[in-house]
Design a protein around this ligand. Structure first.
Ligand code: GBH
Length: 473
């Protein structure tokens, strides 16, 4: 029995500029916070950086040909702010031209370009004047978005403002795991607000230029289940994980408010940080953030079983074994622990929980997107596995192919039950620079040999191509 996908369902794959482009200092591009952070001792496994990555900047024609060969209908990529407006300043035509060439190549191949403006690579010069903790950065971002629209507004219809503002704020300014590697609760709160404000202000700006654009944001989600639903401490831990990871972004975007329970939890931990945050939220900001959006991107990797105290069976760490000091990305983290529940795990120890994805899609749809008239797309889902190149030169990654089928099935479960989810992007098209994990962890359906830059479609890539061609599971 095969299960068909809805007629208009779009199949794609996703990447991000810093993770694949390379050419880090060519044609006028200047440093981003990741060029800087990747050079901080202990910040990234192996000390890896994105100087070369997949060399996509030079190899994009053959990469687009590969997408076509796989049958991808759409390709989600991000643009590099410091390539387009080096140091966050004047426009760099050579940088803009790269994205014009890429988009033309995609359109020529019949592939829908899905453009994300921010996938974490803030110009370092702007970080030096506060980065996302500074309100001025919002204006710089809207200028940069305008530059991209000037260049590509006639050819690109789908515009995503931000990828995963949780990572760009709390994981980066509070948890210290991502650039700029800070460990301040106040900075995480300020960054989250300014990121959301940049999102809303950009939607307003692009909408006023062209009402026919498809505008949205991509959020990363988790599904936090209490280890024991009758234990109040576990229920409270799950509430705080959900509140700080999911609702902190969903509520302002869809309801023009920050979740009051979380504001109070964080105030109890760091009253001064919340005072600064509340001071940064000006009258009218929440209305700006809550601009109607056409599309919400949903990124989902794993679930989380949560306890409010040290559990008997803790899972192995799901974070990279880096050596810089960090702290929890959750401002209110007291007692929060993950619990092992025996699910399979990826090479990063992230649990494989497709059923959580179905529940997540229902929840985001029922509580947020449907009432707002917003439709959903899965903009990222994927897994790192320890791939082996077999003697035949191929990668027989049955684990990743299974992960893909299970999660596509979970999306179909939600779609068949009435959730308006209209597409799926596998993360990632290529093995690439996996942030603090460096090149150590491979997510691709296409293998990249970093010595030769040779691309090899893995078994999972062939499986995906078959599913796309059949439009059925
Ligand atoms: C995405 O974010 C990114 O958008 C993409 O660039 C990246 O390459 C891809 O995922 C793969 O990492 O410590 O066990 O609690 C991932 C969002 C949120 C997933 C935090 C891991 C914590 C794991 N991440 N989550 S754990």
């Amino acid at each position: 029995m095969t299960r068909p996908f809805p007629k208009d369902f779009l199949f794609g794959a996703a990447t991000a500029a810093y993770q694949i482009e390379g050419a880090a200092f060519e044609d006028g591009r200047t440093a981003s916070i990741w060029d800087e952070f990747s050079r901080v001792p202990g910040a990234v496994i192996g000390g890896d950086n994105g100087d070369v990555a997949c060399d996509h900047y030079h190899r994009y024609p053959q990469d687009v040909a590969l997408m076509k060969e796989l049958g991808l209908q759409t390709y989600r990529f991000s643009t590099s702010w410091s390539r387009v407006r080096p140091d966050g300043g004047a426009v760099n035509e050579k940088g803009v031209d790269f994205y014009k060439r890429l988009v033309d190549e995609l359109l020529g191949a019949g592939i829908l370009p899905w453009l994300t403006l921010y996938h974490w690579d803030m110009p370092q010069a702007l970080q030096e004047v506060g980065g996302w903790t500074s309100r001025d950065t919002v204006d710089r971002f809207v200028e940069y978005a305008g530059t991209m629209h000037d260049a590509l507004g006639d050819r690109v219809n789908v515009w995503t403002t931000l990828n995963e503002p949780w990572c760009a704020s709390f994981l980066s300014y509070t948890g210290g795991e991502h650039a700029p590697g800070h460990t301040s609760i106040a900075e995480g709160l300020l960054a989250s607000h300014h990121l959301l404000l940049a999102h809303g202000a950009t939607v307003r700006e692009l909408r006023s230029r062209d009402a026919s654009l498809n505008l949205g944001i991509t959020l990363n989600h988790t599904v936090a289940d209490p280890a024991d639903p009758r234990n109040p401490a576990d229920v409270d831990a799950a509430r705080r994980v959900d509140g700080q990871f999911n609702r902190w972004f969903l509520d302002p975007i869809y309801r023009a408010e920050y979740p009051a329970d979380i504001v109070e939890d964080v105030r109890a931990v760091d009253a001064e940080a919340v005072r600064r945050f509340e001071e940064a939220v000006h009258d009218g900001d929440l209305a700006t953030i809550a601009q109607p959006i056409d599309t919400q991107g949903v990124n989902y990797y794993h679930g989380d079983l949560v306890a409010g105290q040290v559990p008997e069976t803790a899972p192995p760490s799901g974070g990279p074994a880096t050596t810089r000091p960090g702290r929890s990305p959750y401002p209110s983290d007291a007692g929060i622990h993950s619990v092992e529940r025996g699910l399979p795990r990826t090479a990063q120890n992230w649990e494989v929980q497709p059923e959580g994805l179905t529940r997540l899609l229902h929840r985001v749809w029922d509580e947020y997107a449907q009432p707002a008239g917003t439709v959903l797309y899965m903009t990222e889902n994927g897994a790192a596995y320890d791939d082996v190149v077999a003697s035949d030169g191929q990668v027989h990654d049955a684990d990743r192919a299974e992960f893909l089928r299970l999660h596509l099935g979970a999306v179909l479960d939600a779609a068949e039950a009435g959730v308006d989810v209209r597409g799926y992007f596998y993360w990632s098209l290529f093995d690439n620079y996996e942030w603090a994990w460096g090149y150590d962890k491979r997510f691709g359906i296409v293998r990249v040999d970093y010595d030769t830059q040779q691309r090899t479609v893995k078994d999972s890539g062939r499986e995906y191509a078959r599913i796309i061609a059949a439009r059925a599971l």
